[in-house]
Structure formats: C-alpha cells, structure tokens
Design a protein around this ligand. Structure first.
Ligand SMILES: Cc1cc2nc3c(=O)[nH]c(=O)nc-3n(C[C@H](O)[C@H](O)[C@H](O)COP(=O)(O)O)c2cc1C
Length: 174
C-alpha cells in the first residue's frame, strides 16, 4: 500500500476541482493506496518527498507560463529529490485559445521531474486534441508527458478521460 500525494496549483479553481475528482475516482478503485490532495501553493519540497509517489496537477497560464504557485515552486525544485518515485502529471489548458502553447506548463515541470530523478508515468496520446505547439510532448511525440484536460472546451470529456487515465496509472503505483 502506497501513500500518494496529489499536488495541484490553480488560479481559477479548475485544476483544484479536477484534482478532487481524480482523488474520488482513484480512491473508489479499491487499490488500498491512500490519496491526499494538497495545494502546491502551501507546500515545500520536503512535503512532496514524504509521499511514496506523486500526481501533479498543472495548468498553463499567460501564454506558455506556469500557474503562479507552480511558478514559485519551480525555483524550489532545485532541492527536490524524486529518486525512486513514480510521478504522473495531469495538465489543464485551452487547446483552441492557446494552440501554440497548449499545456506548456506540463513540459516545464515534467522536464524538472526527470532531472530530479523521478520516473514519469501516465503519458497520454495526442490523438483527438487540436493544437499547433506544446512543450508537453513526450520524446515520443505522439504522446503528452501526462493527461491533457481542457475544461474550457471539452469539460464533457473530462470524467471519461480521468477514469481511463486512473486505470492506466494505478497499477504502476504497486
Ligand atoms: C490569460 C490566460 C492565459 C492562458 N494561457 C494558456 C496557455 O498558454 N496554454 C494553455 O494550454 N492554456 C492556457 N490558458 C488556459 C488555462 O490553462 C485553463 O483555463 C485552465 O483550466 C485554468 O486552470 P485553473 O483554473 O486551475 O488555473 C490560459 C488562460 C488564460 C485566462
């Protein structure tokens, strides 16, 4: 049984709400793992290190920039040791409004996770999304580094995407 921290940042509440939905789905899947939702704006690096594995919720803001609290935390990541942890990322963005910087924040934090020794899991196919550029693309460019959620245009698709992704990542936390 593992303790898994779901750390999110959110300027307008979308990512916070999705983090809660995800926790409910994961907790209802009977894995025995414990899930805790935390705001990255109130966290220091050692808070993340206390968990066995992590899920990070990251919206992109201001045309290709990190959300405010993730932006502040980014500079603390230098001291973060993620070795031995599996890290799944979900990103929120607006694929039509910000097509040239869709989910860029996921790429910025994703790169840093790898540098800090974490193992990224939960890559998600780009099929079905419309965008021109994204820093969130995995080395295999047919996938994002994590789950892509678009509450601005495709809120109706979110519950199914979360359920599919939850079943994808959950076995990997064992
Ligand atoms: C001024 C502004 C800039 C944004 N820039 C981007 C962007 O560059 N890329 C992207 O994918 N989404 C962008 N978005 C969309 C947000 O990521 C999206 O609305 C998200 O759901 C916000 O999540 P939050 O409420 O948790 O902060 C932007 C939204 C606004 C209002």
């Amino acid at each position: 049984m593992a303790n898994i921290g779901i750390f999110y940042g959110s300027n307008e509440g979308n990512t916070a709400a999705v983090a809660d939905q995800l926790k409910e789905i994961l907790s209802g899947m009977g894995s025995g793992h414990q899930f805790e939702v935390r705001n990255i704006g109130e966290a220091i690096p050692s808070d993340l290190e206390e968990f066995d594995h992590l899920i990070l919720g990251i919206p992109t803001w201001n045309i290709g920039e990190l959300q405010d609290d993730w932006d502040a935390f980014y500079y603390d990541m230098e001291s973060l040791n993620l070795r031995g942890k599996k890290i799944a990322i979900f990103g929120l963005g607006d694929q039509y409004g910000y097509s040239d910087s869709f989910l860029d924040g996921v790429g910025m934090i994703g790169e840093e996770v790898i540098v800090r020794g974490g193992e990224l899991i939960g890559q998600w196919p780009v099929d079905g999304y419309e965008f021109t550029q994204s820093l969130a693309l995995d080395i295999d460019t047919t996938k994002f580094m994590g789950l892509a959620i678009d509450q601005d245009n495709e809120v109706d698709k979110t519950p199914e995407r979360l359920k599919t992704w939850a079943s994808q990542i959950l076995p990997q936390f064992n």
